[in-house]
Design a protein around this ligand. Structure first.
Ligand SMILES: [Zn+2]
Length: 402
């Protein structure tokens, strides 16, 4: 299908002013995320679940409305979502919300992309991140103490998959397992290949080869394309397959995406604070927010994220802004260094939040935390010094610090 090359006018369009195409893309993202759940795999046969039938109907109407050939079935819609990009004229999702070229289904593995999960978490109808937050809130309630919750949360982040033999290791805690075991589920067929499960040795999340066949599971051929749920890992040479997946359990996708994936950057940020003697503690009820003290600048917050879409991250922070006047948004170095990531994040923030939220990385965190809030905030935040702090924001910060 030919792609138009008409000039885009969406760059300045705020994320909140989503058009009908964007709404449809968000609905498709929620549909793909829900259909990818193990219990939904039978949904690809008629009759489809109501939400999937509605998404298909809306897609067909939108296609017909602008003279495009629509997908004729749910399996065809799924295939179609491998190649239909957010910026396709059918959707015209503003680049301030999602980077151009992003898709909902991975070409290899045929699973929801990370962008799909981030979109499926966006806005009042968002699901995936809400589910992760709800599961952790329930766990926090079951734990009864901050310390026990910290141990359980750490266990989950370290163990996206639990094997039978893990229970015989020296550090295995029966107390922790008793609290977390109900969060785990059997390894679904959709994540197995040739009878084995292939965890990515880098992100520890599920991996799948193109075609779902592996001549040698431990050392796939160099030219074999392999998808992993982290999406950003360098292709390792060697895999350690789990050969008896019936005896393994896995966390739900929501916790894999919103707890396991950001865990390395969260650990790096916490280690940086510990090394500098800066106190920090997790904010209850939040996925990734921490109180930070002893910086010499009054109470501050640190929020840690590993999100591929800076526009969606900004929209999330606009929806639930930090409590303190200044907050540090820590992302992995590889994302902060990506072309346009910082600029897109800043541009997508509402104007009043821009001087308050400092985008940083674990290696720059302490320097940014201990730097006086001045014009340099904007330099750190955007990579340029094109804006100055307003007197009003400076006053409010002084009041906070008092
Ligand atoms: Zn990986």
């Amino acid at each position: 299908m030919a792609r138009t090359t008409r000039p885009r006018k969406d760059r300045a369009r705020p994320a909140a002013a989503a058009g009908a195409g964007t709404e449809l893309y968000l609905e498709l993202a929620r549909t793909v995320a829900a259909l990818a759940e193990p219990r939904s795999l039978r949904s690809f046969t008629l009759p489809y679940p109501g939400f999937a039938q509605r998404a298909l109907d809306h897609t067909v109407m939108r296609c017909l409305g602008i003279g495009r050939t629509p997908p004729r079935s749910l399996p065809e819609l799924w295939e179609w979502c491998r190649s239909m990009t957010a910026d396709d004229p059918l959707f015209d999702v503003p680049s301030s919300l999602v980077t151009r070229g992003a898709t909902l289904v991975t070409p290899v593995g045929l699973m929801p992309t990370r962008t799909c999960l981030e979109l499926a978490s966006h806005g009042p109808a968002g699901q995936v991140e809400t589910e992760a937050r709800g599961l952790l809130a329930e766990l926090e309630g079951r734990c009864g103490s901050t310390e026990r919750y910290r141990l359980c949360r750490r266990f989950l982040a370290d163990h996206p998959v639990v094997q039978q033999e893990d229970r015989h290791t020296r550090n295995w805690s029966r107390d922790v397992w008793a609290k977390v075991k109900e969060l785990y589920q059997p390894l679904p067929e959709s994540l197995r290949v040739d009878g084995v499960f292939l965890p990515c040795p880098v992100c520890r999340l599920p991996a799948l080869p193109r075609g779902r066949t592996l001549p040698t599971p431990t050392r796939p051929a160099a030219d074999q394309e392999i998808w992993c749920e982290g999406e950003e890992c360098l292709r390792p040479e060697r895999f350690e397959p789990i050969r008896d997946p019936d005896l393994a359990l896995i966390l739900p996708r929501s916790l894999r995406a919103y707890l396991v994936l950001p865990h390395p950057v969260e650990t790096a940020a916490r280690n940086a604070l510990d090394s500098a003697g800066i106190r920090h503690e997790a904010r209850p009820g939040h996925l990734s927010a921490h109180h930070v003290r002893d910086t010499g600048h009054g109470p501050l917050e640190m929020h840690v994220y590993d999100r591929l879409q800076p526009g969606l991250l900004a929209a999330h922070l606009a929806q639930s802004p930090p409590h303190t006047h200044r907050a540090f948004i820590v992302v992995p170095e590889r994302l902060a260094a990506r072309d346009g990531y910082r600029a897109s994040f800043t541009a997508a923030l509402p104007e009043p939040l821009r001087p308050r939220l400092i985008l940083t990385t674990p290696s720059d965190l302490v320097r940014h935390l201990t730097t006086r809030a001045t014009e340099s905030d904007h330099t750190m935040h955007t990579g340029t010094a094109h804006r100055r702090s307003t007197p009003a924001s400076a006053r409010t910060e002084a009041e906070d610090d008092a």
